[in-house]
Design a protein around this ligand. Structure first.
Ligand SMILES: *[C@@H]1O[C@H](CO)[C@@H](O)[C@H](O)[C@H]1NC(C)=O
Ligand SMILES: *[C@@H]1O[C@H](CO)[C@@H](O)[C@H](O)[C@H]1NC(C)=O
Ligand SMILES: *[C@@H]1O[C@H](CO)[C@@H](O)[C@H](O)[C@H]1NC(C)=O
Ligand SMILES: *[C@@H]1O[C@H](CO)[C@@H](O)[C@H](O)[C@H]1NC(C)=O
Ligand SMILES: *[C@@H]1O[C@H](CO)[C@@H](O)[C@H](O)[C@H]1NC(C)=O
Length: 442
């Protein structure tokens, strides 16, 4: 009999043997006995073996439960017990003390080991639990005198608290490099490293905020693990950028606060590793403080939706984006829902910026002129308005035209005077005649 729920969790992959029952049929000679050692395949012997057996190995057992009390009744002198494969879900620990030194429970379906499992194993030295369905050990798991513990190929769950991992004595866990998380979000990632990151993040988390580890990536160049730390401080009444976030935070959510000042983003070194910053629905009126900052040339996502921006230093932003190390594919910028000023001075430059960075500015149609009653551009997407509609006021227009005219006149005069000079010089060389104006001068 097999526990259906365990079967549904797919633990059978551990024992391919079960799919080919023919191969596993008990043969008449399923036990091998040699001195004080006994090895049996699939069944315990019906005949009685001497009770002084010290080494017992049972393979391919088709039991659901292993009661060590019953086994030790038959073999009270056991020092080494190996149970390898396949259906055991539950192990009942001994009620009385045993002499067992080496205990292997490999490739079974064990889902749970109680914290005092080793209570009656005063001589235990080696415990091997590899290839089971364990999701976690108890954080107070009693190790007794254990010298070696093997835990690989279980179903260690990394969405839970991993305090138990850090509580284990690392010099005892002999296969610690092989321990990996099972299931989302960290499938296949090293268990111990994840446990350490989670602890650091928890210890360093900003007050009032949630800190999490949505991912851990391996840098292809250095082969080092890099934690992706997300800090969520949205809707927590922040009036300033937090002065403390966990080291190496990559993603920071600050939506729905009352932040106005962006200076710390430039001055506080904790923001150096930040890549994505979400400041939607705050009180930011200017990003002038970020001109020439490390942030503008290194960010990946920057969202300023729903703030109080009326204009931005377009040339400085253009310059920074050109240098941004995540350009062009990874950069995402959000500027919609701000009261943008639409006038002949700012809008044409801003339009050029929007056009140039259209692939990066993800909410371009939400970038609109602020509401002005009776203005034809009120709440119109800036990328769609014509230049003449922002530069239509006669005073602005004629001043521009007059300047253009003056420039043309001055250019003409310069050319005229230079040509006249050249002509006079040539004429003087050839004929010796001074220009007419010189002859008239006193
Ligand atoms: C185990 O007991 C049997 C008799 O029951 C004896 O012949 C044998 O020598 C014993 N073995 C050991 C290792 O003590
Ligand atoms: C434990 O030891 C006591 C005393 O020796 C004995 O009566 C009892 O049956 C043992 N229990 C088991 C489960 O072997
Ligand atoms: C594991 O076993 C212990 C005690 O036997 C029990 O308290 C706990 O709830 C079990 N955990 C799971 C996940 O079954
Ligand atoms: C870890 O285990 C080693 C070897 O068994 C032992 O010497 C050491 O004291 C243990 N450390 C802790 C913190 O228990
Ligand atoms: C951040 O927290 C808020 C509520 O506190 C939640 O609505 C939002 O989905 C969270 N964002 C992320 C990215 O986890």
């Amino acid at each position: 009999m097999v526990d259906i729920t365990v079967a549904a969790r797919g633990c059978f992959f551990l024992e391919i043997c079960c799919a080919a029952m023919v191969v596993c049929r008990p043969s008449p000679d399923y036990c091998v006995f040699q001195k004080n050692r006994l090895k049996c395949d699939e069944h315990l012997p019906h005949i009685t073996y001497p009770s002084n057996i010290t080494h017992l190995e049972l393979v391919n057992l088709n039991w659901e439960q292993l009661d060590l009390n019953r086994l030790l009744e038959k073999f009270p002198k056991l020092e080494e017990l190996r149970v390898i494969g396949r259906n055991i879900v539950n192990v009942i620990p001994p009620e009385n003390r045993t002499n067992i030194k080496v205990f292997e429970l490999k490739r079974l379906l064990i889902t749970n080991i109680s914290s005092d499992f080793l209570k009656n194993f005063p001589n235990i030295e080696v415990l091997n639990l590899e290839g089971n369905c364990l999701e976690a050990l108890d954080k107070h798991f009693y190790l007794g005198n254990l010298r070696e513990l093997y835990l690989q190929r279980n179903r260690w769950k990394c969405s839970n608290d991993l305090e138990w991992v850090l509580n284990l004595n690392s010099s005892i866990v002999k296969d610690s490099d092989e321990l990996v998380c099972h299931g989302m979000p960290h499938t296949g990632k090293p268990l111990i490293a994840i446990a350490q990151y989670l602890k650091e993040i928890k210890d360093q988390c900003t007050e009032k905020c949630d800190c999490s580890l949505p991912n851990v990536v391996r840098d292809p160049k250095t082969d080092l693990l890099e934690p992706i730390i997300l800090v969520n401080c949205s809707y927590k009444d922040f009036t300033e950028l937090p002065s403390q976030i966990p080291d190496m935070t990559k993603i920071l959510h600050l939506e729905g606060n009352s932040i106005e000042n962006l200076k710390p983003l430039r001055s506080n070194p904790i923001y150096r590793s930040l890549m994505d910053l979400y400041l939607d629905n705050n009180q930011v009126t200017s990003i002038g403080a970020l001109e020439g900052s490390y942030w503008l040339t290194h960010f990946r996502a920057f969202s300023l939706r729903g703030n109080k921006l009326t204009k931005i230093p377009a040339y400085a932003l253009d310059n920074a984006l050109e240098k941004n190390s995540n350009m062009p594919n990874a950069v995402r910028l959000f500027l919609g829902g701000n009261p943008w000023r639409c006038d002949c001075v700012f809008t044409p430059v801003f339009q050029e910026l929007l056009q140039k960075y259209a692939p990066q500015i993800k909410d371009i149609r939400d970038i609109k002129c602020s509401y002005v009653q009776g203005d034809q551009n009120s709440l119109v997407p800036i990328s769609e308005i014509s230049r003449s509609s922002v530069c239509r006021f006669p005073t602005e227009y004629s001043a521009q035209e007059a300047l253009d005219l003056l420039n043309a006149v001055l250019a003409f005069l310069i050319v005229f005077i230079l040509s006249k000079l050249a002509y006079d010089y040539y004429n003087f060389k050839k004929t010796g005649k001074l220009p007419w104006i010189i002859t008239k001068m006193p």
